[in-house]
Design a protein around this ligand. Structure first.
Ligand code: UTP
Length: 289
């Protein structure tokens, strides 16, 4: 079955990025000249997703405005004859169908995904975290790499990245057997294990494709770590009844939800940017000497 729908959880508080996130969503923070959430939507669309549900909360209205075809300054750009710019900005409202729902209480990522059940129904679907950008190391976007595994096996597929073993306690971690290069059949999911208890160093990397049975698992999952409904706990339940796969992604994951990685992401994307990359590189060299 073709995966057409995606849920983008974007309701979180963004506490680690305060005060920047006091009155603006962290998903709208800028990487060079685009908000994080735009990169996420573009990855979904380039992977073949046609319908997106954005899970938001109070104070996140600017996300909807960003993807609106109509916007207050359009008339100004029109009168100045800036047609290319107008086309580009209006195009953000035409990338795909985007719907919005509110997560009523911030009860964790698992709860945010469960908010998408009425939108998804009984189809397989994708989840892309709204505060994390993935760049691809080959011709396929990271979500498309997962969709490929989903098509091959017909079961849920989760993005993985290798992390240093001493860092595993920051992530959900998979245990499993490699079935083809970079593809693993899962036997275990563990949320934030101590290095000595971890089944390996393959960490969950913010992109997922799920069968719709994950919703029943989420309903049966009580609040766990940090009093939040953990998506990883629901994945453990799903694994009791269905096969699940992990795909070591070709590419990089940039979590912009903390200060250091936010700055690193801006530098990495700035260096690749056609307009400013060269000058930025020279400037970085000059401040290092
Ligand atoms: P984080 O784990 O980074 O949590 O969420 P957070 O609350 O946004 O950030 P801090 O810890 O306060 O700094 C990962 C993704 O899951 C979404 C977030 O918006 C982010 O995209 N999320 C998290 C929800 O949609 N709802 C939640 O209840 C929690």
């Amino acid at each position: 079955m073709k995966v057409r729908k995606a849920i983008i959880p974007a309701a979180g508080l963004g506490t680690r990025m305060l005060p920047a996130t006091k009155s603006q969503p962290k998903e709208m923070l800028t990487i060079v000249d685009k908000p994080v959430i735009q990169y996420v939507v573009e990855e979904a669309v380039e992977s073949g997703i046609t319908d997106i549900l954005m899970v938001t909360s109070a104070g996140k209205e600017s996300i909807r405005s960003h993807f609106d075809r109509n916007f207050p300054n359009a008339i100004h750009y029109k009168s100045k004859g800036k047609h290319e710019l107008l086309k580009l900005l209006r195009g953000l409202g035409e990338l795909c169908n985007i719907e919005y729902t509110a997560q009523k209480e911030l009860r964790g990522l698992g709860d945010a995904v469960l908010c998408g059940e009425p939108f998804v129904g009984r189809e397989p679907f994708a989840v892309l975290l709204g505060d994390t950008i993935c760049t691809s190391g080959n011709e396929y976007p990271v979500l498309a790499q997962l969709l490929h595994a989903f098509t091959q096996f017909g079961f849920s597929a989760v993005a993985l990245e290798e992390v240093p073993i001493e860092m595993v306690s920051k992530y959900g971690v998979m245990g499993g057997q490699q079935v083809s290069p970079g593809v693993y059949k899962a036997s275990e999911w563990v949320e934030k294990p101590a290095p000595e208890d971890a089944p390996g160093n393959l960490a969950i990397a913010s992109r997922y494709v799920f069968t719709s049975e994950i919703f029943e698992c989420l309903k049966d999952t009580h609040a766990g770590l940090n009093n939040e409904v953990q998506l990883t706990d629901a994945m453990k339940r799903l694994l009791l009844t269905q096969e699940m796969y992990g795909v070591a992604i070709s590419g990089n994951r940039y979590d912009i939800g903390n200060k250091l990685d936010f700055i690193k992401t801006n530098v990495a994307f700035g260096l690749e940017h056609a307009e400013i990359g060269g000058v930025l590189k020279d400037w970085i060299s000059s401040i290092r000497s």
